[in-house]
Design a protein around this ligand. Structure first.
Ligand code: EAX
Length: 323
């Protein structure tokens, strides 16, 4: 064989190998650190996608808001400049208004109740609402039950919150409720929160123990109150066009990979909830466990009446009725 011919057949062989192993790389991001309930969600997802598609899809993982805050990431997924994101539902109502109802304070009895609702017909129907907005919602995940922290005082009842300036998520339901509790609300993207707390731009914030620990808020907050005022879901979202392009088997692989991610995500939230108080006390926080929840609920009655008008009492009751 002539040398030129050998070169041609060699390059054809190489071309064939390249085509057989063609790999599509996608990106997924979270706003919190890798060592967290959200980090384990996307790390597991990336691993499972690769495994379940025999390496044809690779998912690059970005942590700590490296690609922006949650609102920015969801926007990027909608536009298709980023394929995937895992986010709390904080900013999601700005894109899919139907999800607003999930962020109503004291709606869920506990995590088990929330998980049953999200995994049941109500939650699964809601996932479909994302389609019309340019998303494929792969699965509900979990951010956790939110508690309040601040730098000023122990909070036991709503009157202790009067005049406290707190960072909130960019979520209209949270903002309305916290105003109703007497809080001075300052909506802010998560990546800015540590510095805002450190510099005293705000006195406090509220987040699940998982986030408080992952973000090391104990370094800039003295008081933690186990208010448990709202359950915070999370979600795996994907750009709809990117999802639709895939084969049926790959679509299923992505959905299944997300579900695997959620299993470990929820398990980590449970571990964090079990160890968090001890750990945060050890780091110097004062923890108020005997919060007067009945008073919180009573104070929120006027806001809740508004929510019932806005979301429909029947819809809220349907969620409450899930066992
Ligand atoms: O998703 O913005 C928030 O407070 C969220 O809970 C946090 O970024 C984790």
């Amino acid at each position: 064989m002539k040398f030129s011919k050998l070169l041609i057949s060699l390059s054809m062989a190489l071309g064939f190998v390249a085509a057989a192993s063609a790999q599509t790389t996608m990106r997924i991001s979270i706003s919190v650190a890798q060592n967290s309930h959200q980090g384990i969600a996307i790390d597991t997802f990336a691993k499972e996608v690769e495994k379940r598609t025999a390496g044809r899809y690779k998912v690059q993982t970005f942590y700590s808001g490296a690609l922006g805050g949650e609102r920015e990431s969801i926007e990027a997924v909608q536009l298709g400049t980023q394929e995937l994101a895992f986010s709390s539902t904080g900013p999601v109502p700005n894109f899919v208004p139907e999800t607003k109802i999930l962020d109503v304070p004291f709606l869920f009895r506990d995590k088990a109740h929330a998980r049953a609702v999200l995994d049941g017909p109500i939650g699964q129907e809601m996932l479909k609402k994302f389609d019309a907005k340019g998303f494929k919602a792969l699965a509900w995940g979990e951010n956790g039950v939110r508690h309040m922290t601040n730098s000023k005082r122990d909070v036991k009842a709503p009157e202790d919150l009067k005049g406290l300036k707190m960072r909130t998520m960019e979520n209209p339901v949270h903002i309305a409720a916290y105003k109703g509790l007497g809080i001075v609300t300052t909506p802010m993207a998560f990546p800015e929160v540590f510095t805002a707390l450190q510099q005293g731009t705000v006195d406090g914030q509220e987040n699940p123990l998982s986030v408080i620990m992952a973000a090391k808020f104990d370094q800039v907050q003295k008081h933690l109150s186990l208010t448990g005022h709202v359950y915070s879901p999370a979600i795996f979202v994907m750009n709809k066009a990117a999802f639709d392009k895939m084969s049926a088997a790959d679509k299923q692989a992505f959905v299944d990979a997300a579900k695997e991610g959620v299993k470990l995500n929820r398990a980590r939230v449970d571990t964090d909830d079990a160890t968090g108080v001890t750990e945060l006390r050890a780091k110097g926080m004062t923890v108020t466990e005997n919060v007067d929840k009945a008073k919180f609920v009573a104070t929120l009655a006027p806001v809740n009446a508004e929510f019932e008008k806005q979301f429909g009492k029947a819809n809220l009751d349907a969620i409450r009725a899930v066992k």
